[in-house]
Design a protein around this ligand. Structure first.
Ligand code: SD4
Length: 338
């Protein structure tokens, strides 16, 4: 695929060494000729590494702390996601997450390990660390998913604390929305914070997790892609992993994360696979993609990474080789196709 291959990077020092014009590669894993420029990556295959959706450097820092001390990728992604779940300033995750249109904060989360085991919680209320409950479902039940009251009762039985997740700020935002709104859920293109995280530990094993309060002001009972294994997240330790963010309904319709991993299995790079998965969404007949955002991040077994979205403003946070950086790409579907 011919593409403009440029990236706006908060810390360009790690993104690659360029001979020729000052371009850096989004797919920072290969040495190649492109438009007569040789792009030589310098940061490939350095493990451990962690990547996450959006701008979550505190979360990736926590995950890397665990990886550096010899922890597993599974521990890293759980602990990394917990940082955002506990941050009441993050209005899309855990405590402080924006509620549904009736004022209920409901959480979706999932986790997947190197063996292909997975666990998820759907429509979980009153428990901040949904990702940890998902891990408990994976490890301590014969099931993969628990929903609603059952998920909450299970969490309480495991020692999780019940608390009010609606903060003063999120309550005020909901009340303001109710006055103005025509009952249209919000999927804000510029500002998502659902956290999806992928990590490779020192042993080269991959794990992933995803946690969210979902679409703000959604209908009561609505579930997105984030707790659906294969849609919001998929890991195959022989191939790689992918996690999604954005309008979950569109991700579910294309089983996006599974698709990305399968495309990598067929030989595509993480970057190419993310691009193909986005093109499946936007090229559907009558797609109204101009009105919503979807973004994917992916990693393969070699530690090569990729990310792609429909619109601008999507970013990936990456911690590798001592550098924790927010990567804001100028390469996204709309820019390439306008
Ligand atoms: C959902 N995918 O519930 C989530 C929302 C999201 O950034 O990712 N927002 O559809």
């Amino acid at each position: 695929m011919k593409r403009r291959n440029f990236i706006k990077n908060a810390a360009l020092t790690s993104a690659g060494l360029v001979i020729g014009n000052s371009l850096t590669s989004c797919n920072n894993s290969e040495s190649k000729e492109e438009n007569n420029e040789t792009i030589v990556s310098t940061d490939e295959e350095k493990l451990p590494l962690v990547i996450a959706t959006w701008h979550v450097k505190n979360a990736t820092a926590r995950a890397m702390e665990i990886l550096q001390s010899g922890g597993t990728s599974l521990d890293a992604v759980e602990q990394g996601c917990m940082v955002e779940e506990a941050d009441i300033k993050n209005s899309s995750v855990g405590k402080g997450g924006l509620p549904d249109r009736d004022g209920n904060v409901t959480l979706d989360a999932c986790i997947m390990d190197k063996h292909g085991n997975c666990g998820s919680v759907i429509y979980l209320q009153s428990i901040t660390h949904a990702v940890s409950v998902a891990r408990k479902v994976m490890e301590d039940t014969p099931h993969v998913m628990l929903a609603g009251e059952g998920a909450k009762q299970f969490a309480i039985s495991q020692g999780f604390k019940e608390e009010d997740l609606l903060t003063e700020t999120s309550k005020k935002a909901w009340e303001d929305w109710k006055i103005k709104s025509e009952y249209k859920p919000i999927i804000n293109i510029e500002n998502h914070d659902t956290i999806g995280m992928l990590a490779i530990d020192k042993n080269g094993d991959i794990a992933g997790a995803c946690t969210t309060s979902g679409l703000a002001y959604k209908m009561q009972g609505r579930v997105g892609d984030s707790p659906i294994i294969g849609s919001g997240l998929f890991i195959d330790n022989d191939i790689g992993g992918c996690v999604a963010t954005g309008l979950g309904e569109e991700v579910v319709k294309t089983v996006g994360s599974f698709l990305v991993v399968e495309l990598m299995r067929q030989g595509k790079s993480p970057q190419e696979a993310c691009e193909e998965a986005i093109s499946r969404i936007v090229n559907k007949p009558n797609s109204n993609y101009k009105d919503f955002q979807v973004g994917y991040i992916a990693v393969n077994k070699k530690g090569e990474t990729g990310s792609y979205s429909i619109h601008q403003w999507f970013s990936m946070t990456k911690f590798q080789d001592g550098i924790n950086e927010q990567i804001q790409s100028d390469f996204y579907y709309e820019a390439e196709n306008s």
